[in-house]
Design a protein around this ligand. Sequence first.
Ligand code: CA
Length: 194
Amino acid sequence: MYATTGDAKDPELSQDTDSLAGKILRMDLDGTVAEGNPFDDSYLYSYGHRNPQGLDWTDDDRLFSTEHGPTANDEINHIEPGNNYGWPEIVGDETEEGMETAVMNSGEETWAPSGAAMVGEQSFYVAALAGEQLIRFDVDDDTTDTILEGEGRWRDVVYDENENMFYVITNNTDGRGDPIDEDDRLLRFEGPEP
Ligand SMILES: [Ca+2]
C-alpha cells in the first residue's frame, strides 16, 4: 500500500527523512513498514514532495505521481525508490545534483492535479481540481490532451480495464467550486479506443 503526504505547510520537513511529511510512503496492508523500502525501518519510498496526490503504474511497472506546486508549477513525477523530488529546493524545470526534476510541469498554469489512473504504458489520466478537466499526460512524449471539461473540479479518476470505462468524481462542493444541484457527482464514460 502506498500513501502520499503533504509538507504540512513546513517545507523543510519534505527534505527531512526522519519526518513522514512531504513523502510517498510504502507499507504492508496491516500498516507495518514494507520489506525492501529504500531506508532502513522506514515508511519512506521517496521524499522531497510538496503535496503529492495521485499514483499509478504503467503496464511496464513504472510509477508516476501528480503533485501540486506552490503557485502553478504543478508536477508529474516518475517515482523511483529513495529519490529526492526536490521540494522546496527546486521547482518547475530547475535542476540540482541529487534531486529529480519533474517529468512535466505546468509552468505558469495551474492544473491542481489530483487522483490519477494509468492506462497502458504511457497514458496518465489525471483529475484536475483548479484546472477543471480530465487531462491525459503522455509520460514518454511529454504531451498533454484535454479529455473532458465543463463539469467543474475533478477529484479522482479510476479506469476499469475490463469494461474500458472511466469513473470520475467531481469536487464542486468543497467551497472552491460553483456547484449545481446534482453535485457532487460520479460520472462514467468510455475509455480510449483500444
Ligand atoms: Ca518536485
